[in-house]
Write a protein that binds this ligand. Sequence first.
Ligand SMILES: Cc1cc2nc3c(=O)[nH]c(=O)nc-3n(C[C@H](O)[C@H](O)[C@H](O)COP(=O)(O)OP(=O)(O)OC[C@H]3O[C@@H](n4cnc5c(N)ncnc54)[C@H](O)[C@@H]3O)c2cc1C
Length: 579
Amino acid sequence: MNKQRIVIIGAVALGPKVACRLKRLRPDFSVTMVDQDEYISYGGCGIPYYISGDLSDIKELMSTSFHMLRTPDFFEDAKDVRVMTRTRALGIDRRAKTVRLRRLDTGLEEDLPYDKLVLATGSRARRLEVPGGDLPQVMRVANLRDALAVREKIAQGQVAKAVIIGAGALGLEMAEALGDLWGVETTMVEIAPQVLPGVLDPGLARMVLKNLEDHDVTVHLQEKVREIRAGEGEHALQVVTANRVLEADLVLTALGVMPNSQLAADSGLAVSPQGGIVVNPRLQTSDPDIFAGGDCIENTHLLTGKRVYFPSGSLANRQGRVIGTNLAGGDAVFPGIVGSFTVKIFNMAVAATGLSLAAALAEGLDAVSALVIQADRAHFFPGQDLMYLQLVVEKMTRRLLGAQGLGSNGDALVGRVNSIAALLSRGALLEELSNLEVAYSPPFAAALDIVNATANTAENILDGFNRTVDVAEFEKCFLTEQAGDLVCLDVRGAANAAPYVDLFGARWLNIPQETLKDRLAEIPADKRLIVVCNSGVRSYEALRQLETAGLCNAVNLQGGVAALKKSGLLGSEEKEDRD
Ligand SMILES: Cc1cc2nc3c(=O)[nH]c(=O)nc-3n(C[C@H](O)[C@H](O)[C@H](O)COP(=O)(O)OP(=O)(O)OC[C@H]3O[C@@H](n4cnc5c(N)ncnc54)[C@H](O)[C@@H]3O)c2cc1C
């Protein structure tokens, strides 16, 4: 019998994973990987850390964990996989089962036969469609070549000021990369009203924005770039928005990516209106002899059942294994995604899974969110910091819909969010998170872990015990509109409350929670109350006491003063209260 011939187009994340898995299962198969680039099998997600200088040598992104460079020779020698770099796939003849290739260095073309074909063509960066968007100093970081060019430009001292267009995850990573090590004066322009649009709810996004500003990154939200033109003074470029002209030596565009599916579409494979290649759970395209995965396909969202585009290095690797198994004759399936994500922004980690509250509401789901702020280890353990975790739950069914959080201890945060992701993917209910078994030791967690505490808080909200307002509502009613019948009842100690009493006078009443039962008479019965403590826990206790005493016109500020400070409202985090 002839050897099965497997051809893989694309050799960065999905492609090599398919090739290696397949060769381990079926060493007798002939596997060829084709890529138009000269760099293959690199860790694209590490690019921001190469640009920042955290990684000194780009080879670190192209090496195995045992320090071997993943070059074409490495694949040939160690994996018995043939690699053709600088070779573009021009078209697929599905009837003849061949791929038309062009060698980019010589222009020579040839037809490569296959028995099974894998499309690992990834994504392409969205272009900035404005005048001047193609000037040479307008760059992006979509691959290793881009990364080399950007870092070289910065390292040569040519960049004092940079503008980053787009405040999604990549834009934020680049803001850190430019500012932290290179000291580049960085400004971001984002068309949406918040950073990390579509990923975080506005409340947490505001905390991320403050973190950027604390690290000297200027962010202009709700602004659209109209034009980029040559600079008139010492800086090469001017970025023009409706409101301002920004000087820059370098403009980085980070506008998101689109599936690279033209090859599939041209060969008649099913491609969705959004551009993602359509696959079945075995990751076969509409032609069963052609598989696809990674950034070029669409996935099924397990919470909504809809097809979504979710480019991710982790997905590409997991899907590569499924395809490799199936090519070897197995029957592996990829059920779908819940959309898990994390990013580091200076000293802050952000992570999310499932639907944000805004996304859930947009899906027509009747959802509610609960925010808990709690120490990321036992409150008595040295070095602890606050972790912020928000849960989204469907009201009627109590089905878990999503979680998002931030904190300085990224490993701890990601662990929590991943545990919730596992529950989401099997349609778990809130009570399962309340009772989720977690490991505990003071250096790593609190005795009641934040994942359990957040579920408990959501239960209390749904059961009507905890009536809440969030920071945005607080800002609107108490700070902006200054509603005359609204009073903040601060149930922390006098020292913590004093600056606010000074600031707001009679509108900020301080009665420590442990004295509340004896001082109920001091509470103005004709006012609405927002009960406040540092994190929302003692204020919940106070809310219950008030209600028992017949004072029902009160709500609890979710996240308390800690959330206000983290959002840049009322006070600074340096003087963090732990009362
Ligand atoms: C700067 C940066 C940071 C990132 N950070 C993260 C992160 O922190 N976490 C995360 O999960 N993901 C991250 N990603 C995304 C992640 O890198 C991608 O999801 C992953 O690389 C997708 O792998 P892939 O193999 O599907 O496609 P790609 O990595 O896009 O590779 C596709 C390859 O196919 C080649 N190709 C395309 N068409 C043809 C053709 N016709 N002929 C020949 N070759 C072709 C392309 O040139 C490319 O080399 C990041 C990406 C970037 C750029």
